[in-house]
Design a protein around this ligand. Structure first.
Ligand SMILES: [Zn+2]
Length: 92
């Protein structure tokens, strides 16, 4: 039990930090931590400066992705087909 406590440090269940701790430990988060993270995110992403930062981040990703695809069309095609096959296999 001491070992488990040491893994958690000062993080507590039912908090966003607890959610992150579950992730670091490779665990599925418990219900309390999942609810705390969801509530935190809902408030966090309502903030205008966060919305704008996310919008710019998304636009930059789209543009970088388009440039990468254009620069390496064959590699992109191979990766695309591999990922598509994985998704199809996982949904079966
Ligand atoms: Zn938890």
């Amino acid at each position: 039990m001491t070992y488990v406590h040491a893994q958690w440090g000062t993080s507590k269940h039912g908090t966003p930090a607890g959610f992150s701790r579950h992730q670091v430990l490779g665990q599925d988060a418990c219900e309390a931590c999942t609810a705390a993270k969801k509530a935190y995110d809902a408030e966090h992403y309502k903030r205008p400066e966060i919305k704008e930062a996310k919008r710019l981040q998304s636009l930059a990703k789209q543009r970088a992705f388009a440039r990468l695809r254009e620069a390496h069309p064959q590699e992109f095609g191979v990766l695309y087909e591999e990922e598509k096959a994985k998704l199809v296999a996982n949904s079966a």
